[in-house]
Every structure is written in C-alpha cells, then in structure tokens.
Design a protein around this ligand. Structure first.
Ligand code: ATP
Ligand code: MG
Length: 507
C-alpha cells in the first residue's frame, strides 16, 4: 500500500531539522567480529616492528605491549606508523634495547622524551616508536615526589589511563589483547568511559576532562553520562592545568573531524566557561520578536561550513581558519543594542571581537603569528558586507586585499562560510556577489601584482626630489604616495614626482 505523509509527520521532520539538539554525527555501532579482524590486519601490517621488539624485550626478561592510541585506532580500522608501547623495563634498559633494534638502520635516531617520565623515542625507517615504562597503579595525591612512580604490571599501567578505549594493550610477542576495563565494548558502542570513577580520574588529572572533549571530536564518540556529570561538577578544576596543555587539547579538538561534538560538550559541562568563555557567551537569549538567530548555533554552522571549504587552503585541517570561524562573532554579546524600532544591532562587533580574540589567544599562550592571523580575520569578516552589489571602487578592492595580506584566502573562506541563512535565494545571491569580488581581485592583481603594492617612488627618490634628509617628513611623503597608489593604481615616475612636489608645496 502506498501511504502519504501526513501533515503531522511533516512538521515533526521540520522540527528535527531545525533543532540544534540533534547531533549531526551519529555513527553506527561497530561489530565485535569486525573489530577483531581489524586488529589482526593491523598487527600483521606492523609485524616488522612488533615481532622484533617483542622478541628483543622478552629475551632481556622484560614485558612489552603495544598500548593506547595505536591499539584503539587499529580496532577502528585506522592505521598509522606512530606506535606507543609500554614496558616493565626501566628507561636506561629501554634505551639499550632500542639501540639494538635500530642498529640495522643507519638513518635511525633515538631520543629521550623525558627520562624522568620514562619515555624513550626511536625512529627507524618509516616507524616512530615511543616506549614508556609502566606507571604505578595508585596515585597518591599527598606524595610530594617530583618524579613519576614506575610500576611493575601492565594492568596497573592501564588502570591509570584516561579512557577505557585508551586502556587496552596487545602483549608482545604473543599478541594477546589485554582489556581489563571493557574498552572493546565501549569502542564498539563508540563511548568514552573512564576505567575507574570519573571523579577520581579527573581529580588526579583535570586535563582528562579536556581530553574527553578532544576524543569525542576526533573519534565521533559520545561521552558516558557519568563522565559528563563529573566534568560538569569539576569543570573549575581545569584552572590548575597550565594554559599550554589546555591549548594543545583545544587545538586537537578544533582540528578534529567532529569539532561540534567536542565544543558542545565543553559548553554543556561548563568547561568552555573556564577555558573559552567567549563561546558560551554566544548563546544569546532571543529577543521577543525572534529577530536574530542564536549566534552560538550560527557559529558552529559557520565553523562547519569553513571546514567544508578547506580544499581552498590545501585540504588539511587549518587551525587558524577554524578558530577564526569560531571566534568571528564573539564581539556580538558586548555590542548588542535593542533599537526602538524593534531591531537589534551589533555595531563594531568585528573590532570588539578581534580584541577579545587577541586577549583570549594570549591567555592560552598562542604564538604571535597565530594571534595576529586569527584576530585579523575576525576584524575583517564583515568588510565584504559593504560590497553591496558590486559598487566597491577599485581602490576599495585594493584595500581589502592589502588589509587581508597573507590571510586573504582564509578571509575568502570565512566570509563565504559566514552565511547561514535558510533563504536559498539570498544565499545564492551572496555567493555570486563574492564570486564577483574574487574575480575582480584576480583581474586587478594580474594588472598590478596587488600583494606587493609600494608607492611609485622609494625613500631615496623622495629625499632626492624634495631635497631633504631622513626623517619624519620622508615617512609622511611615503605614506602620501602609498595612499595615492592605492587610490589610482600605478603611475609613471614623472606623474609621481609631480604629485609629490604638489603635496610638499601644499604643506
Ligand atoms: P594522539 O597522539 O593522536 O594525540 P593518542 O591517543 O596517542 O592521540 P596521547 O595524548 O598521545 O593520545 O596519549 C597516549 C596515551 O597515553 C593515551 O592513549 C592514553 O592512554 C595515555 N594518556 C595520555 N595522556 C593522559 C592523561 N592525561 N591521563 C591519562 N592517560 C593519558
Ligand atoms: Mg600519541
């Protein structure tokens, strides 16, 4: 029988599409048999490393196991050549054994990742290997010992890892899977759970709360309710963690395939209020006329649209572009004004947003380059909206290019991504107008290599023509000529000389 959709089901569908609460990534559960097959395949692929190292450590009387990320990723059918191991051997002994292993390859290298923490690294051929001595089972917060306590059992080591899916190992050389906390089952259900009580785990190391959000974003996993509850209750403990470590997790989260999952978790648990308060502040209550969209939801969509345009930036996750998308409207809450006619304005939210962005990135210890790039994008993200239907002068286009500098391609991405209207005709119109702007830029830059605009006369020529020595006057003349160049495009040396003399006479 052929059934027709009732009006009721149609409106339900519309509701579902509109609702930001519906996550847009729901990956199906994994089949356990398939997981086992994936691991077997991956272990065969990395056999040249694990068989040899396993035999070497065993012969020396030590335990060795592949652990953490590579085991988890093998189960997910993902392959990489960075392999983490854990061992009963102490660091000096590990180093000696790695040297033996690496000897056959002249290009190999061994390095100390932090002997006090028990990690020795080794690169051999295409493989990057890190071997860490077992950590001890229990963590004693009252202990003031600066160095890590080494442990002597694999299970003890696994028990102090962050999540059950990261607390699995493959013993070598026998390849027995060690999974004391049910990591395989959690992995199949795509859920993050802590090996012990989440409160204890986060109390030992609050950074793990950030890591929960990071792994949710990287793996597309959900986070167990008990973990979410602990994160919510303990969010303010993140303050004892250094800004650099928080930043590193945030960067990984934002560059992951599903940043929305991680960001929503940070916001919902209150962690974002601690580490990136500008983000939850975007959830502005709607005004009574529902005239403006929720800026928070808009921002997440802009981020995803910017990600969809990353082909233009080389195809790899681009942190600066993504973070600019996330921060582009953070000036809105502070600049919001309700006007008498019932509309809402956010005057200068670009400038205010750039300031807030700079401040936040400084606090998170980003590099100056990153800070300058992101805040420039935030500051310029609105400029195009003065473009109207193409009535910018050539001079305005030149300024757009000059002001964007080396961020121009990212500015194209951000401006295009910053259109989340449901009105298809309006969206199409904006896209076409931006296409036109890019065509104009291409045309102009062909004509005059816009990116390297200089005035038509250099400093030496200016001093010669005006008969003056170095000083402020030369700078003023240079600036005048640069402005002239911006307004009119290139001019002949003769014309530039005449313009300069006229300018000087005027002063
Ligand atoms: P990637 O290297 O791609 O960032 P990963 O899963 O290897 O991902 P790492 O941060 O390198 O993650 O950590 C390696 C392993 O060490 C993890 O799988 C986890 O078992 C453990 N680990 C790392 N940091 C912590 C921590 N703060 N608390 C508990 N366990 C941790
Ligand atoms: Mg790693």
């Amino acid at each position: 029988m052929h059934s027709t959709l009732s009006a009721g089901s149609l409106s339900l569908r519309r509701h579902l599409v509109d609702s930001p609460a519906v996550p847009d990534v729901v990956l199906p559960p994994l089949n356990l048999a398939e997981v086992q097959r994936s691991v077997a395949t991956e272990l065969d692929r990395i056999a040249p490393v694990i068989d040899e190292l396993g035999a070497l450590f065993e012969a020396a009387g030590h335990e060795l196991a592949l652990v953490g990320g590579p085991v988890r990723d093998a189960m997910l059918g993902r392959h990489h050549n960075d392999l983490d191991f854990t061992t009963s051997a102490r660091p000096d002994e590990t180093e000696r054994l790695l040297r033996t292993w690496a000897r056959s390859d002249r290009g190999s290298a061994i390095w100390d990742m932090g002997r006090a923490f028990g990690t020795i690294g080794c690169r051999k051929g295409e493989w990057d290997v890190e071997v860490t001595t077992y950590r001890s089972e229990s963590y004693d917060p009252s202990s003031r010992k600066p160095e890590v306590d080494f442990g002597d059992s694999l299970d003890g080591d696994l028990g102090r890892r962050d999540f059950t899916v990261n607390a699995m190992a493959v013993r070598l050389p026998g390849r027995e899977v060690e999974d004391p906390y049910g990591g395989v089952v959690d992995l199949a259900h795509r859920v993050l759970r802590t090996p012990g009580r989440p409160e204890d785990s986060f109390s030992d190391d609050p950074l793990r709360m950030m890591r929960a959000a990071r792994f949710a974003a990287q793996l597309g996993f959900t986070v167990d309710e008990s973990v979410v509850a602990a994160m919510t209750a303990m969010a303010d403990r993140i303050q004892i963690i250094s800004a650099e470590r928080v930043r590193d997790e945030l960067v990984k989260l934002i560059c992951a395939p599903y940043p929305r999952l991680g960001l929503q978790l940070l916001v919902e648990t209150g962690l974002a209020a601690q580490v990136l308060p500008e983000l939850p502040a975007l959830s502005l209550e709607r005004d009574e006329h529902h005239r403006h969209k929720d800026v928070y939801e808009h921002t997440l969509t802009v981020l995803e649209q910017a990600i969809a345009l990353e082909d233009r930036l080389g195809g790899e996750p681009d942190f600066v572009s993504r973070f600019a998308a996330l921060m582009h409207d953070v000036g809105k809450p502070r600049t919001r004004k309700f006007v008498d006619d019932g509309t809402v304005t956010f005057h200068h939210h670009d400038v205010v947003g750039a300031k807030l962005t700079r401040k936040r990135m400084k606090a998170l210890r980003f590099s100056n380059d990153q800070i300058e790039s992101v805040s420039k994008l935030v500051e310029l993200h609105l400029r195009f909206h003065g473009y109207g239907t193409g009535e910018w002068t050539d001079s305005a286009v030149r300024r757009y290019v000059r002001d964007a500098g080396d961020q121009l391609e990212r500015l194209h991405v951000l401006t295009r991504a910053d259109c989340t209207t449901r009105n298809q005709r309006k969206a199409d119109r904006l896209r076409r107008t931006y296409d036109e702007l890019e065509e104009r830029i291409a045309r102009l830059s062909e004509e005059e290599e816009l990116a390297s605009i200089r005035p038509d006369l250099d400093g030496t020529q200016i001093m010669e023509i005006l008969g003056i020595g170095p000083g402020r006057e030369v700078g003023a003349a240079y600036k005048f000529l640069l402005e002239l160049r911006m307004d009119n495009g290139p001019m002949s040396e003769e014309d530039a000389r005449a313009a300069l003399l006229a300018w000087a006479a005027e002063r």
